[in-house]
Design a protein around this ligand. Structure first.
Ligand code: NAD
Length: 350
């Protein structure tokens, strides 16, 4: 069981160190090796996804990533930008399914901008297709036509691409409340009419899971009106990009949200949903819980070790109940800790 560990930039190394300590404490015999990705890799090698990292990522069963990026690389040309490294690894590993849970822990109900009664107990999972759709469709570009600039992109999906992401959603729903809501824009876009048709066909393979359909504009509205109606939400790349950010913000605490990106064999890349937080990097104050919870997702999805995943998640619930808080989720009366202190509390709870 080999894990490729990519701390990345900004707060990446600080939060990854805590997730690695948690994995080591479980004593499951993982072999972990570190490599460079993002801005640090550009500085060291001129390439955001260097050859040595590619080799390690391809050989590993799973990848644990901190975050990449920072203002010092913002002026770089496109191929030397940190995000290029992230897109490169996702593409090379064939990671087509992005799973982002949005969970509001009862202890953090005040962190949301929505009324506590609307979000208390929220537990939804957004499943986003990651390698198709208008983000990758050809033809694309900006040209001059009839004497003016003309911008264009192409939205497309094959039925096999739709079916495989729907299956990920149905399988995930089987481990939860057995409800899938498929989001499309079939009233306007033919491509998403096909999405709806294939979703309905795929549902026949999962008679134990309830499928509903929703138009994306309504889904955006329902997510803030009554988010607890959802269990698993599955959608394409562009709608998923937007809805997963909206859903994560319902919880109000970006430092708490893990994510997984999976290939067809459950090899995965696991990372917090937040970025490299350059404003607090190096200060030892970042919240490591999203990264620690990403490690739990790794145990669940790649290593099929539900018991160990639950152990980590229960330990996180326990430290929140004990009142430990990093700055991003702090409320008066709680025990303020830094990155290492939060890691220590999770280890103690384990
Ligand atoms: P960000 O998520 O890094 O930060 C947004 C705000 O949330 C900041 O105030 C930050 O301090 C805070 N924050 C984020 N994570 C936190 C944590 N664990 N604990 C406490 N506070 C936390 O988003 P941004 O500022 O828009 O982007 C910063 C850099 O990160 C950019 O270079 C961007 O390109 C990059 N980025 C990388 C990823 C990724 O690696 N997957 C994702 C998003 C952004």
């Amino acid at each position: 069981m080999k894990i490729c560990v990519l701390p990345g930039d900004g707060i990446g190394p600080e939060i990854i160190a805590e997730a690695v300590r948690v994995l080591q404490a479980l004593d499951l015999g993982f072999e972990m090796e570190e490599a460079l990705l993002g801005g640090c890799a550009v500085d060291a090698t001129g390439d955001p996804y260097p050859e040595a990292t590619q080799k390690l990522a391809l050989a590993a069963d799973a990848v644990l990533l901190g975050a990449v990026g920072g203002p010092q690389w913002d002026g770089n040309r496109r191929e030397q930008r940190p995000e290029r490294g992230l897109l490169g690894i996702r593409k090379q590993l064939g990671l087509f399914a992005n799973l982002r849970p949005a969970i509001l822990y009862p202890e953090l109900a005040n962190a949301s901008t929505l009324k506590p009664e609307v979000v208390a107990g929220l537990d939804i999972l957004i499943v986003r297709e990651l390698t198709g759709d208008i983000y990758f469709g050809e033809p694309r570009g900006i040209e001059v036509r009839n004497g003016e600039r003309f911008g264009f992109n192409t939205m497309h999906y094959t039925e096999s691409e739709i079916r495989r992401i729907l299956r990920v959603a149905f399988e995930a729903a089987r481990k939860r409340s057995r409800k899938v809501c498929s989001v499309d824009k079939m009233n306007v876009l033919e491509c998403t009419q096909l999405w709806r048709d294939v979703a309905a066909e795929t549902a026949l393979e999962y008679p134990d899971v309830e499928l509903s359909h929703m138009l994306v504009d309504n889904a955006a509205m329902q997510l803030v009106k009554n988010p607890k109606q959802f269990d698993v939400v599955v959608t394409g790349n562009m709608f998923g990009d937007i809805l997963s950010d909206e859903a994560s913000m319902l919880t109000g605490s970006i430092g708490m949200l893990p994510s997984a990106s999976l290939d067809a064999n459950n090899k995965g890349l696991y990372e917090p949903s937040h970025g490299s937080a350059p404003d607090i990097a190096g200060q030892g104050v970042a919240n490591p819980l999203a990264t620690i919870l990403s490690a739990a997702m790794m145990l669940r999805y790649t290593f099929s070790n539900e018991a160990a995943a639950k152990r980590i998640e229960d330990a996180v619930k326990k430290v929140l109940a004990q009142g430990f808080r990093t700055g991003d989720i702090y409320e008066s009366g709680m025990k303020k800790v830094g990155t290492r202190g939060m890691g220590d509390a999770v280890l103690a709870a384990l």
